[in-house]
Design a protein around this ligand. Structure first.
Ligand SMILES: [Zn+2]
Length: 89
């Protein structure tokens, strides 16, 4: 099993997070899963700075994203961006 985000192979005794998407299921390693949660939490907290920071980290992590991951991430981020209040500048 490999992570749908970074492409890393699952190590023995390591647990990957299963994420259901449409008719399929993705698997995230702990690090990628953590970042996805952080990005979502940042939006919930309306923390723009952290959101940008974690999003960048996440995109840098996604070295070998699967097609399904890219489709999912696009939807996931589109949803988040809707609830993120951008500061007027
Ligand atoms: Zn990963």
């Amino acid at each position: 099993m490999v992570c749908d985000c970074c492409g890393r192979k699952k190590k023995l005794f390591e647990s990957f997070a299963a994420v259901k998407y449409k008719q399929t299921q993705m698997n995230f390693c702990v690090d990628c899963n953590d970042l996805a949660y952080k990005v979502r939490d940042d939006v919930n907290e309306q923390n723009n700075d952290n959101y940008e920071k974690h999003l960048k980290e996440w995109q840098q992590r996604a070295k070998k994203p699967s097609d399904i991951f890219l489709a999912w991430q696009q939807e996931f981020l589109a949803q988040l961006e809707k609830s993120l209040k951008k500061e007027e500048s």
